[in-house]
Ligand binder design. Structure first.
Ligand code: F6R
Length: 246
């Protein structure tokens, strides 16, 4: 595990973007696993800047997002589909048919999850998975106490996650209580993982996830067993951990 502690949010975003960019330069047909939330917004902006400068080409890239709210139409302003379009896809040249986001409105959710897994398999698996981390240690929407050996599935969001997500909705009643999420087993199959964490509310989760103990109460703790994982934290999120970059 490599751990980088950067001065601030901008530096975290820049380093993460450089890692994604290197992946695409080294393998133009890369399959990227992508996250939403506040943390990677700066990374996406940085990647868009590189694209606009002609430094990156997404034509052959395939993407799979980690999650989508259950029961929220993709056109909803708070859907992860809208987030991805606004923050990233609309500004770059990744072909639409290479973009994958779970369909939270699918009639048959079990089939949607199985098909999502199958699409990842057919694409050749995830080359680089970008992750954020919940203040409660979740990755994707794999919440504390959930099984660690699952693939894409429907999850009930924890009270903490629902409260955290309410900032993205005008009306707190609207915050979905369930989501489709790529499971931990699928995340662990990614060839490389980069996890970003910024802000003091993530410091505890970062300490727990790197402590040496794998446990279901901190789903991210399983990442310690991945053979190619990079954590990038700002000073606040990294306040309780040490840098490891050898
Ligand atoms: C989002 C996702 C979540 C977030 C996490 C952190 O696709 O999978 O695990 O990465 O909730 O969210 P922010 O970055 O908003 O603190």
């Amino acid at each position: 595990m490599k751990i980088y502690i950067e001065d601030n949010y901008e530096a975290v975003s820049k380093k993460a973007a450089l890692i994604v960019a290197s992946q695409i330069i080294l393998k133009p047909k890369s399959v990227l696993g992508l996250a939403t939330g506040s943390t990677p917004v700066g990374m996406y902006s940085e990647l868009v800047r590189m694209f606009n400068r002609g430094e990156l080409d997404f034509r052959e890239v395939t993407t799979f997002n980690l999650d989508e709210y259950y029961g929220l139409p993709k056109q909803h302003s708070s859907s992860y589909y809208t987030y991805m379009m606004e923050n990233f896809f609309r500004h770059i040249n990744v072909p639409e048919d290479k973009i994958h986001i779970p369909n939270g409105m699918a009639e048959n959710i079990v089939r949607e999850c199985l098909e999502y897994e199958e699409r990842i398999r057919i694409a050749g698996g995830i080359d680089l998975q970008v992750l954020g981390i919940g203040a409660n240690g979740h990755i994707g929407f794999n919440e504390p106490g959930n099984k660690l050996n699952v693939t894409t599935h429907l999850v009930g969001l924890s009270a903490k996650t629902i409260a955290d997500n309410s900032r993205f909705f005008d009306n707190p009643q609207e915050v979905p209580k369930e989501a489709l999420s790529v499971g931990i087993a699928t995340i662990m199959k990614a060839k490389k993982i980069v996890l970003l964490a910024t802000g003091s509310n993530k410091a505890e989760a970062m300490r727990e996830m790197t402590s040496g103990f794998v446990n279901t109460q901190v789903p991210a703790s399983i990442l310690q067993t991945h053979s190619d994982i990079i954590l990038i934290a700002d000073r606040e999120a990294g306040a309780l951990i040490e840098e490891i970059n050898d």
